[in-house]
Ligand binder design. Structure first.
Ligand SMILES: C[C@@](CO)(OP(=O)(O)O)[C@H](O)COP(=O)(O)OP(=O)(O)OC[C@H]1O[C@@H](n2ccc(N)nc2=O)[C@H](O)[C@@H]1O
Ligand SMILES: Nc1ncnc2c1ncn2[C@@H]1O[C@H](COP(=O)(O)OP(=O)(O)O)[C@@H](O)[C@H]1O
Length: 292
């Protein structure tokens, strides 16, 4: 039995500039976040006395269905806000790798907020306020649209829609700790002063987007490669694929993305890459962007 369900899509930081640091240690960011077809699913299964969770899916094994899970944390936070006594059994289908720079846990939390928000008739602005303390990436995942993220992730400005094209995601099978990568970023030189990227009204093509991105970086990429050199190998392999327009790491890693002129070209590159037996433990996904 499923009352309602929704998909929690992978967030990809096409660029990520660290622009400052708050007194509490959190880093100020400027990032273009987009969403890919790859997704977890959250299902509201049936009414229950208290919120409970079961986890299915390939990446569910390493994840506890306890109070620390972002799905339950989001559900309880909204229940308190909405002064609701009703609770549900939730099912999470975990298809996205955990602690991998594509915000899977944040997307699951956001998806839970959307589902319960729909049921309890809660406005999006209230969902965004509940999302913020759950994690820096949760607000952007509530809207699941191409967005410029600033502040620590709570200042959201809509960005032009993605042009037609394809994306390939590759994770080399390692989990990376976000706080560790931010710490290494500081130790390896820290903030770079530079002008903020300017977005056009629309990107005429994938090449136009790639041209803008060539003037940006993911500031966390070098610190992450320092922690996990295999990330450098993933980027080399991705860059070696036919039609790969650019390759870069997302978030604090270790997932990397490649941009392609079409979803078909991204799928071809995925097949090529997967032929190599050395890549057998790598998770891959290829296809279109999630459009606004
Ligand atoms: C780096 C980013 C970029 O989108 O993505 P991921 O690598 O997680 O996908 C996010 O900012 C991650 O957001 P999220 O994973 O929700 O982070 P949180 O749980 O709020 O914070 C985890 C820890 O990361 C560090 N942190 C996080 C966000 C931020 N703007 N500055 C930080 O310094 C802090 O040490 C914090 O304790
Ligand atoms: N539903 C969930 N899915 C993934 N991770 C979760 C979830 N709930 C809690 N977590 C915890 O959140 C941390 C960050 O997970 P995740 O959002 O996948 O990272 P990232 O944003 O780097 O992709 C993990 O270390 C994990 O233990």
């Amino acid at each position: 039995m499923t009352l309602l369900h929704d998909t929690a899509h992978a967030k990809i930081n096409l660029y990520l500039h660290v622009t400052g640091r708050r007194p509490d240690g959190y880093h100020l960011l400027d990032s273009l976040a987009v969403f890919a077809g790859a997704a977890d699913e959250v299902r509201l299964a049936k009414p229950s006395n208290t919120f409970s969770l079961s986890i299915e899916g390939h990446f569910g094994k390493g994840l506890e269905a306890n109070d620390s899970n972002l799905v339950l944390r989001a559900a309880r936070a909204l229940q308190t806000h909405a002064r609701q006594e009703n609770a549900y059994h939730l099912i999470l289908e975990k298809n996205l790798p955990v602690a991998s720079g594509i915000g899977g846990g944040s997307a699951d939390a956001a998806c839970t907020l959307r589902l319960l928000g729909q049921l309890w008739n809660i406005a999006e602005k209230d969902l965004l306020a509940i999302a913020e303390p759950l994690g820096a990436d949760v607000p952007v995942c509530v809207q699941q649209k191409t967005t410029r993220m600033e502040g620590i992730g709570e200042i959201l400005t809509s960005a032009p829609a993605m042009p037609d094209g394809g994306i390939l995601l590759v994770n080399p099978g390692i989990a990376v700790s976000t706080p560790d990568i931010f710490r290494s970023f500081a130790a390896m030189g820290g903030i770079i002063e530079r002008p903020a990227p300017v977005f056009p009204a629309r990107w005429a093509s994938m090449n136009a987007l790639v041209d803008m991105l060539s003037h940006t970086t993911n500031d966390l990429q070098a610190p992450a490669i320092h922690h996990a050199p295999v990330i450098g190998t993933v980027l080399d392999r991705m860059n070696a694929q036919n039609d790969c327009l650019m390759a870069r790491m997302s978030g604090s890693g270790a997932t990397c993305f490649g941009l392609f002129p079409t979803a078909e070209a991204a799928r071809k590159a995925e097949m090529e890459l997967s032929k190599n037996p050395l890549h057998s433990g790598w998770w891959t996904w290829a296809g279109p962007f999630l459009q606004n």
